[in-house]
Each structure stands twice: as structure tokens, then as C-alpha cells.
Design a protein around this ligand. Structure first.
Ligand SMILES: Cc1cc2nc3c(=O)[nH]c(=O)nc-3n(C[C@H](O)[C@H](O)[C@H](O)COP(=O)(O)O)c2cc1C
Length: 430
């Protein structure tokens, strides 16, 4: 019998990962004096560490920085800093970039910001839980972000927006968990085979459903989004023979499902159906501790199903966001913009050249044609008129209410909702 969950957080107990949920009985969590009601889920075990089975998804630009990721880790779960363009959270770096708006200065500011955010999140976490850095393969500086995450002591790299086939090579010599984000069993099989040839297994895999998640979606075109091959149940079922054919047991690589998980029932359903953890994005973005401006949280929390749209981003990938004034205007004129400047190459408006392939800079007609970095940074600052507000498709666990990370995790794990406590966090971009 495993000890209670509090003990699980303090010791490495990988043998507990091999037990069915029922054997754990009920756990009372008391990670920081705040009690969760009991819950009965097995811990998520990553690289020998036992965590609550809740993962906070990485959200750029700046939406999940140190305050959100550190607060989630402090609860005993996996908190994730999104690595992309974190300089916006640091007034001195913003000032330096204003004075020297060249690519080298901007890139170096972002790496400095990432290192600072990891250190601050670590301090906030008080050594609990686990801290990951989310890196998008489609980003030009992805290898630098991975290097800084390793050198600054992040516990894990979570990589999506492209196949992370070379992630084991990039992290050679570092003791860090590696977690790819994929969407179907074919992608998982490919990564497992390629990585096993390098002598490495993923420490977990996130399976993200493109029909529900926020931000960039793991499909090549919009029409593909609802394809049955992305259904979590089907992916879990199809992976059983894949694991067997590779000589792996299901416990060797924990599977974390992501996209649209917005209630205790949904958490219970997927953990009972065979997932080892659930990744949650939008509900964490709108918590008190979320690193974005309060206006950002209001836009996401107040959006109705009709306000949420899918469109083609400058990465060429479909994305999901709230139809705010800028996006409404852009979509109204999308065809005209494509006809007029679709194949013209543009100078990168920010000088950062954030993406390795960009529809606007490289003149790729089928892709989006706007500066994604400028639009996402405006959203982070709460500029409702000009920002691009990524959001998942489902309703939120607390409706339009802004609640704390603790309350959200408690609701997801136990179904219990406590009366709200007055906001404990003030927003600051510094
Ligand atoms: C505002 C926002 C920004 C996001 N940015 C990223 C990102 O930078 N990298 C990434 O891998 N996923 C990103 N995502 C996806 C989330 O990490 C998460 O997997 C997804 O939103 C889960 O679905 P949910 O929002 O329905 O919970 C983003 C999602 C949102 C809502």
C-alpha cells in the first residue's frame, strides 16, 4: 500500500506508478497548509517524482510565466513556463530592446527573461511539484530556449508545434524530463521509435486534441480538426499495441491528455479511462495567479461559444482564439489580404524573426499574414482592441469567475468548490 499523497510528494516512489487507481484509497493533500478534500487519483510519476495528476499547459506569449507555473508547482502539480518572448515581463529588458531594437538584443533579452522566470518560479514553488519549460519547435530560437532551460535547472522540457525528434540530442548530458506534445497515435509511435534508437524514452507524452485546445493546433488544416484519430479514447486504445510492439509497458511512458478538460467529471473520466494525467490550459490562464493582464482574463472568461474561432496562423498551423476586434477585422479581410500581399515578403516588424517559417515575412500565401508576436504581446498587456487572445473551445470550470490556482486544482481533483477569497495577486508586467 502506498503512503498518503503528502508522503508521495516528498519521496521518489516509482513503484506506486504501477498500481491501479483503486489501490491508493483517498489522499488528503496538505502541501501548503491549505487542505484539498480527499481525492482518489493515482499520482502522475515523471522521472521518479510523484505529482498531482494535473499539468498546467505552457501558454505564450507570457501568459504562463513564473507566477502561474510556480503557483501550480507549489500545489504539488506540474507548472509550465512558456519560453517564447518573455522579455515583456521585465521593464529593464523592454527598455534595453527599445534602445537597441535589433535581433541579437531581442533574442538575448528573451533568454535572460527565461532564466529569471525559471528562478522566480522555483522560489515561488518552495521546492514542491515540478517546473517545466514549454518550447515550440516552430520557433527560430528553440534550441537556445532548451539550452537555457537545462542550464537554469528546469525539471522538464515540453515541446510541441513540430515534431521534437532531436530533443534528446539537444539535452544530452542534462538530467531533465522530456515531454513531447503530439495529437495522434501515429505521431506517438514515430517519436517513440526515433527516440528509442537514440536510447531515450519520453518521460511523458501530452496528447492534445485539436478540436478543443487553445492556441496553435496539431493539424495541418482546419478541416482535419475533428478527425476521429484525435479522440483521446482512440489514441489510448491504439497505443496499447504500439507499446507492446516496442517492448514497452504502458507505465513506462505516462500519457497526459489535453484540450477541453474543464470539470472534475472530465478529469475523473480520463484518468479512469487510462490517462495518467490531464493538461489544462485556458482554466489556468484565467486564474488569479495567471501572468496576463486582468483584461486578458476577462476576454477569455467572458467569451461565449460563438465568440471562439479557428483560423490559419502565420505558422501555417490552425489556431483557436476569441473573436476580439482585431481578429474580427483580420478575418473579414483575410481573403483580400491574401490576394494583395499573400506572396510578398515583408521585413519582420519586430526584428525578432521569432518563427523559422512565417507567412508574413516569407510571403507564404496559404499562411496567415500578421505579426503574431506583436498581437500576442498586446493581448498580454490587456489591449483588447489590438491583441490576439488564444483560448480553448470549452466553457470554464468556474464560469466567468476568476479564482485561485488552489481553488481550480481542488475543483478539478475533488469536485469541491469553496467560497471565493478576495484576490491575493496584483498584476504587474515587471
Ligand atoms: C492563451 C494560450 C496560449 C497557449 N500557448 C501555447 C504555447 O505557447 N505552447 C504550447 O505548446 N501550447 C500553448 N497553448 C495550449 C495549452 O498549453 C493547452 O495545451 C491547451 O490550451 C489545453 O486546452 P484547454 O485550454 O482547453 O485546457 C496555449 C493555450 C492558450 C489558451
Amino acid at each position: 500500500m502506498c503512503p498518503n499523497r503528502h508522503t508521495l510528494l516528498l519521496f521518489d516512489l516509482p513503484q506506486c506508478a504501477r498500481r491501479p487507481i483503486g489501490e491508493y484509497g483517498s489522499f488528503i493533500s496538505s502541501t501548503r497548509g491549505l487542505m484539498f478534500s480527499s481525492h482518489s487519483f493515482a499520482p502522475l510519476i515523471i522521472r521518479g517524482r510523484a505529482l498531482l495528476p494535473i499539468v498546467q499547459g505552457g501558454m505564450g506569449v507570457g501568459i504562463s510565466a513564473h507566477r502561474l507555473a510556480g503557483s501550480v508547482a507549489r500545489e504539488g502539480a506540474l507548472g509550465t513556463i512558456a519560453s517564447i518572448d518573455l522579455r515583456h515581463h521585465h521593464a529593464d529588458l523592454v527598455e534595453r530592446c527599445r534602445a537597441h531594437p535589433d535581433r541579437a538584443t531581442l533574442e538575448s533579452a528573451n533568454l535572460t527573461a527565461l532564466a529569471r522566470e525559471i528562478q522566480s518560479a522555483r522560489a515561488l514553488s518552495e521546492g514542491r511539484g515540478m517546473l517545466a519549460v514549454n518550447v515550440m519547435k516552430a520557433v527560430n530560437a528553440h534550441a537556445d530556449y532548451v539550452r537555457v532551460a537545462c542550464e537554469t535547472g528546469a525539471d522538464a522540457i515540453v515541446m510541441g508545434a513540430g515534431l521534437p525528434l532531436d530533443l534528446p540530442d539537444m539535452t544530452q548530458g542534462h538530467d531533465i524530463a522530456l515531454i513531447p506534445i503530439l495529437s495522434d497515435s501515429r505521431g506517438v509511435a514515430l517519436v517513440l521509435k526515433k527516440w528509442m534508437k537514440k536510447g531515450r524514452l519520453p518521460d511523458a507524452i501530452v496528447i492534445e486534441h485539436p478540436a478543443h485546445a487553445g492556441g496553435h493546433l496539431g493539424v495541418t488544416n482546419l478541416a482535419d480538426m475533428n478527425d476521429g484519430r484525435f479522440d483521446f479514447a482512440r489514441v489510448l486504445e491504439e497505443l496499447a499495441p504500439v507499446f507492446a510492439s516496442l517492448g514497452l509497458s504502458r507505465q513506462d511512458v505516462p500519457l497526459i491528455v489535453a484540450g477541453g478538460i474543464n470539470s472534475h467529471d472530465a478529469v475523473r473520466g480520463w484518468l479512469t479511462a487510462g490517462a495518467n494525467g490531464v493538461q489544462i490550459g485556458t482554466p489556468f490562464a484565467v486564474t488569479e495567479e495567471g501572468d496576463a493582464h486582468p483584461n486578458f482574463k476577462r476576454v477569455l472568461a467572458d467569451a461565449t461559444p460563438d465568440d471562439i474561432v479557428e483560423f490559419v496562423s502565420v505558422t501555417g498551423l490552425p489556431a483557436r482564439a476569441v473573436k476580439t476586434p482585431w481578429l474580427t477585422r483580420y478575418l473579414r479581410n483575410e481573403t483580400r489580404i491574401r490576394d494583395k500581399i499573400g506572396t510578398l515578403k515583408n521585413v519582420c516588424p519586430t526584428a525578432l524573426e521569432c518563427l523559422s517559417v512565417c507567412g508574413l515575412r516569407d510571403g507564404i500565401e496559404k499562411f496567415g499574414h500578421f505579426c503574431i508576436d506583436t498581437r500576442l504581446a498586446a493581448a498580454l498587456r490587456g489591449d483588447v482592441a489590438n491583441g490576439l487572445f488564444f483560448r480553448g473551445r470549452e466553457t470554464l470550470p468556474f464560469g466567468s469567475a476568476i479564482r485561485s490556482v488552489h481553488d481550480l486544482i481542488e475543483l478539478l481533483l475533488t469536485g469541491v468548490t469553496r467560497p471565493p477569497v478576495a484576490g491575493r495577486w496584483a498584476f504587474s508586467l515587471d
